[in-house]
Design a protein around this ligand. Structure first.
Ligand code: ADE
Length: 257
């Protein structure tokens, strides 16, 4: 079981997705749990304010430390081992390899809790140019958790001192989003779907794009054979599994994410 507690002002932007499709299935099967904390509940003064203007001037408002620390501490009061993720454009760029490490870390901890014997953590993977930066990977292996608190900043940014309570700063790419809600969903989805039992076939996550670091999935086709003159490659109808595997390997895209 992996748990995510999402600290946000905009629960309504996140919850519908988590109640849909695979994320919902993961919840129903008891493989994942999603919880929300309303940052506004920890706001200051009569208006429950969570932000203020930057020292030194500048546009916009910044998330204040007090509500953020109080919200995180309220979660940690129940689970001191929970780790804090901050989506931010200045974090480490999120990749499939890092998502897998989070998924495997939670599995390893669950297995350890269920069994007094040491549990194998799975085969070592071959190095790939897309692997997480060493620093982050070390953090992940030593601080692996099964409960993550995701803090979703909004407004123009956050007080830098908030970083002192954060375990992982994660960027979803070199662009700026309005808040942490979309990144939170992407981080959660990409981890949860890798947890054994969430996807239909256990092989699905292994075969698909990026599972080997930098392989994009091969082209796939279903019925009809001929759609508006566009035909399925005949090799896929040949029944020759060796040739089909070769064709798929040759037609797999390559990427570095
Ligand atoms: N918040 C705003 N932009 C972001 C990005 N690119 N990645 C993660 N969090 C963000």
């Amino acid at each position: 079981m992996i748990k995510f507690t999402i600290i946000t002002l905009f629960r309504e932007a996140i919850e519908p997705y988590l109640k849909t499709s695979m994320m919902w299935k993961a919840t129903e099967k008891g493989l994942a749990e999603f919880d929300f904390v309303n940052l506004r509940d920890f706001g200051l003064g009569p208006h429950k304010s969570v932000d203020d203007t930057p020292y030194g001037g500048g546009d916009g408002m910044l998330l204040r430390c007090e509500p953020v620390f109080a919200a995180i501490e309220s979660v940690k009061a129940h689970d001191p081992d929970a780790k804090v993720i901050l989506p931010t454009p200045v974090g480490e760029v999120w990749t499939q390899n890092i998502a897998r490490q989070f998924a495997e870390a939670s599995e390893t901890i669950s297995a350890r809790a269920a069994s007094p014997r040491p549990v194998a953590t799975g085969e070592a993977r071959s190095p790939s140019p897309c692997q997480a930066p060493e620093a982050l990977r070390e953090d992940i292996s030593d601080a692996s958790a099964k409960h993550y608190i995701i803090l979703c900043p909004h407004y123009e940014g956050y007080d830098e001192r908030i970083l002192s309570i954060v375990d992982y700063k994660i960027s979803l790419g070199k662009y700026v989003l309005t808040g942490g809600e979309l990144p939170a969903l992407i981080i959660i989805d990409s981890i949860v779907r890798l947890i054994p039992g969430v996807l239909g076939g256990e092989q699905s996550a292994e075969i698909e794009s990026f599972s080997n670091g930098d392989n994009l999935e091969y082209p796939q086709y279903t019925k009809p054979y001929d759609f508006r003159g566009m035909k399925v490659p005949d090799i896929l109808l040949s029944g020759n599994h060796g040739e089909i595997a070769k064709w798929r390997e040759e037609h797999s895209g390559k990427a570095c994410i």
